[in-house]
Design a protein around this ligand. Structure first.
Ligand code: ZN
Length: 306
């Protein structure tokens, strides 16, 4: 057995590192908090990489919740906004002392799950992250569809389709537009919708909303119904475009068990063929999946060097 690959993923909740061997067996999983500020973040990534791979002999990939602009090579559209505008690739290589490949986090989720996870039986696989932000990545015949400008599958910043009158124009997004999917189906968006309906005295997080809904609380049930309906419309538009065989859910939202029961019926009315044939599954590799995808950026990876 030889350890070959180190993958890290970065999001607002933390940094995750996974060490894999050539067969994809996971030998180590490490977590670290995300500090504030660009220099501190580079240092934290370097420190976690060294903790996971003290010998610095493994290939190294990093997934970020954004992408690299093809011309300027700088980070853009990253919801860890203090990364935006930075020339991350050389800065990260200098900070870590390692050669690095960068990928978008949702692309890495799709890559991980299509390679040896819940999407391994599909030719066309859509991976979606439902977390603090929302991202999408497409795999076709084992290859990531990164697109001409590096933003293929960027579903989170397309608008909520078939909007109801009260959903127009929709909340303003950090990207500058209004009504992006991310502003409707991220976990904070669900919690905001619940707050609008229930007017609780204190902020209520998703697990408690689910508990309240199970206890019959009307506002919690409505918030979850709205969430399923909006996610269903968004995925239906995606199905009309690429008709995936597998849709893999990752992020905190993937733990919502009701999605697997209720989403197919929420998608079906909006799909032009006789319903979607997509199988809806939870990411098999859980919280490690995006880091695993980052590790897979190296061996024979067709994903463009970011
Ligand atoms: Zn947006």
């Amino acid at each position: 057995m030889s350890l070959l690959q180190l993958g890290l993923s970065l999001d607002r909740s933390g940094i995750t590192a996974a060490v894999l061997d050539a067969e994809g067996r996971q030998h180590r999983l490490e977590r670290a908090p995300v500090p504030t500020g660009y220099a501190a973040l580079l240092a934290a990534v370097a420190e976690l990489a060294d903790r996971a791979d003290p010998t610095r002999t493994l290939s190294f990939g990093l997934a970020i919740p954004g992408s690299i602009a093809p011309l300027s090579r700088r980070v853009r559209n990253c919801n860890l906004v203090h990364l935006n505008g930075h020339d991350l690739h050389p800065d990260l290589e200098a900070a870590t002392g390692r050669k690095v490949r960068l990928g978008n986090d949702a692309d890495c989720l799709a890559l991980s799950e299509a390679r040896d996870g819940a999407g391994r039986f599909g030719r066309v696989v859509f991976g979606v992250i439902l977390g603090a932000g929302v991202g999408g990545g497409v795999m076709i015949d084992g290859l990531p569809l990164t697109g001409a400008g590096g933003s293929g599958g960027e579903w989170g910043h397309s608008p909520l389709p078939w909007p109801r009158p009260e959903e127009v124009p929709g909340p303003r997004c950090w990207c500058g537009l209004e009504g992006c999917m991310e502003q409707w189906v991220s976990i904070p968006a669900l919690e905001r919708d619940h707050h609008r309906l229930a007017r609780p005295a204190r902020p209520v997080r998703l697990p408690e909303i689910v508990r309240q809904a199970n206890d019959g609380a009307a506002a919690a049930r409505s918030a979850l119904e709205n969430y399923v309906n909006r996610l269903g419309r968004g995925l239906a538009a995606l199905c009309n475009l690429i008709d995936p065989e597998v849709i893999v859910l990752g992020g905190e939202g993937a733990d919502l068990g009701l999605l697997y029961d209720q989403l197919p019926d929420a998608i079906a009315p909006y799909v032009i063929s006789d319903g979607s044939s997509a199988v809806l599954v939870k990411a098999a590799h859980g919280t490690a999946s995006i880091a695993r995808g980052a590790a897979w950026l190296w061996p024979g990876a067709a994903m463009a060097q970011a």
